[in-house]
Design a protein around this ligand. Structure first.
Ligand code: ZN
Ligand code: ZN
Length: 100
């Protein structure tokens, strides 16, 4: 599996994200938005959609830790992603609460 790990500037909030050491960053550490670039597996970069993906929900899963579910603002596809060490944790907690 091909992995891309490079610094990027968020298209949603403009945050400059440095690359992460241990994992593969695919979303903004500040607003948690992602881009719909992966088609089937994380990191394949084969999607032609390339639209912004909104963090729709987060959940804590046993061993893997926190997961963010990104929902594409254009095609509606939902992709789960692992949370990075320096992600905005307040936002993650906020998204884990059921919406009222
Ligand atoms: Zn951002
Ligand atoms: Zn999409």
């Amino acid at each position: 599996m091909k992995k891309i790990n490079e610094p990027f500037t968020c298209k949603n909030c403009g945050e400059k994200n440095p690359k992460v050491e241990k994992s593969c960053r695919n979303h903004c550490r500040k607003c948690l938005y992602s881009l719909h670039v992966d088609k089937n597996t994380p990191g394949d970069r084969e999607s032609s959609c390339k639209s912004l993906m909104e963090p729709s929900q987060t959940a804590q899963t046993g061993k893997k830790g926190w997961i963010i579910y990104h929902k594409c603002t254009k095609c509606g596809k939902i992709i789960p992603n692992k949370v990075a060490d320096d992600d905005n944790f307040e936002k993650i907690i906020e998204l884990s609460q059921p919406t009222k």
